[in-house]
Design a protein around this ligand. Structure first.
Ligand code: 8IG
Length: 271
C-alpha cells in the first residue's frame, strides 16, 4: 500500500479547504494570495476592499494562530483593478508541532483556490548591521535549516529562482531602495544564539526567521510564482549588543506597519 491510499493526500485536504473558501466568499477563483506575517497586518485594508472574512479555526485544515500579532483570519479582498486576493492572516509555524503539512496547508489551499502568485511576508531578524528595525527587505533566496520538507515521497522539485526575479523587479519598481537578502529558516521558537547567527552569516544568510522557506517550497511544488518580503523587526542576536525581546519585535512591527503595508499594497497593485 502506498502513502496515498493510507492517508488522505495533502492535495485532497487543500481542495476541501479551497472549496469552503470559494463557496463562502462566492469567488470563482483567486488571482493572488498573500500571507501576512508579524508587522504586515494592516496591509489587508490597503490592498482593497474586504468582502469576506472568516476565522481560520472555522475552515478545514486551518487553526487559530498561537502567536500574538497574527490575525487568525482569512479574507477575500478585491483590488481597485478588480483582482481577487486571498489574504491569509493565519500562519502555522513549524515550532507549533502540528506537522509540516499544517505549516504549508494555507499555501496549498491558495493554489487550489486558483492563485498563481504567492506573496509571503514575515517579521525577521537582520544580519546586515545597517538594517535598522522597521526596514522591509526582499527575499532573494533561502537556506532551509529546519531539516524538514513539505514534499512527500520522491518529489524532486527544482528551487532555482524560487523567489522570482520578475516579482522582485516589480517590487523595486515601487521602491527602488528595497534591499534584498538570503532568508535562513530556523525551527525556533527560541531566537538564535549569537554563534548561530554568525553561522548563518558565514553560510551566506542575511535574514533569520521561523517561517516562509517551507511555504515557498510548497508554493513552487504547486507551480506558483513566489514573492518574499521580510520586515526586519530586530537585529539578529549578537549583531546588536542588546538582547532580543518579543515585545520589542511587536513594537517595531507596529511602528513600521502603516508604511510597509502601504508598500505591500502598491506592490500588489502591480502584480
Ligand atoms: I520578528 O531574530 C523575528 N523572528 N529566527 N530570529 C528568528 N526569527 C525571528 C527573529 C530572529 N526576529
Amino acid at each position: 500500500m502506498n502513502s496515498r491510499t493510507e492517508k488522505t493526500s495533502f492535495q485532497d485536504n487543500a481542495i476541501r479547504s479551497a472549496r469552503a473558501i470559494l463557496d463562502e466568499s462566492a469567488v470563482e477563483a483567486f488571482d493572488i494570495a498573500v500571507t501576512l506575517g508579524s508587522g504586515w497586518g494592516q496591509a489587508s485594508r490597503m490592498i482593497g476592499e474586504t468582502f469576506w472574512e472568516q476565522d481560520a479555526k472555522n475552515l478545514p485544515g486551518f487553526s487559530a494562530s498561537g502567536v500574538l500579532g497574527h490575525a487568525g483570519t482569512l479574507r477575500a479582498v478585491v483590488t481597485p483593478s478588480g483582482r481577487n486576493v486571498l489574504v491569509i492572516g493565519a500562519r502555522t509555524h513549524l515550532y507549533e508541532d502540528k506537522g509540516v503539512r499544517a505549516v504549508v496547508h494555507s499555501v496549498r489551499t491558495a493554489a487550489a483556490c486558483g492563485a498563481r502568485i504567492m506573496v509571503l511576508t514575515n517579521g525577521a531578524g537582520g544580519i546586515k548591521g545597517h538594517w535598522t528595525p522597521g526596514t522591509p527587505v526582499l527575499i532573494s533566496d533561502h537556506i532551509n535549516l529546519t531539516a524538514n520538507s513539505p514534499l512527500e515521497g520522491a518529489t524532486f522539485v527544482d528551487l532555482t529562482n524560487l523567489y522570482s526575479t520578475r516579482l522582485r523587479d516589480v517590487a523595486r519598481s515601487v521602491d527602488p531602495n528595497l534591499d534584498e537578502g538570503v532568508y535562513v529558516q530556523f525551527r525556533g521558537p527560541h531566537y538564535e544564539t549569537p554563534a548561530e547567527v554568525q553561522m548563518a552569516k558565514v553560510l551566506g544568510g542575511h535574514i533569520v526567521g521561523m517561517s516562509t522557506a517551507l511555504e515557498a517550497i510548497a508554493a513552487r511544488e504547486a507551480g506558483m510564482e513566489v514573492l518574499g518580503l521580510s520586515l526586519i523587526t530586530n537585529l539578529a542576536a549578537g549583531i546588536s549588543p542588546a538582547p532580543l525581546s518579543h515585545q520589542e519585535v511587536i513594537d517595531a512591527g507596529e511602528s513600521a506597519e502603516a508604511e510597509i503595508s502601504a508598500l505591500l499594497a502598491k506592490i500588489m497593485a502591480k502584480l
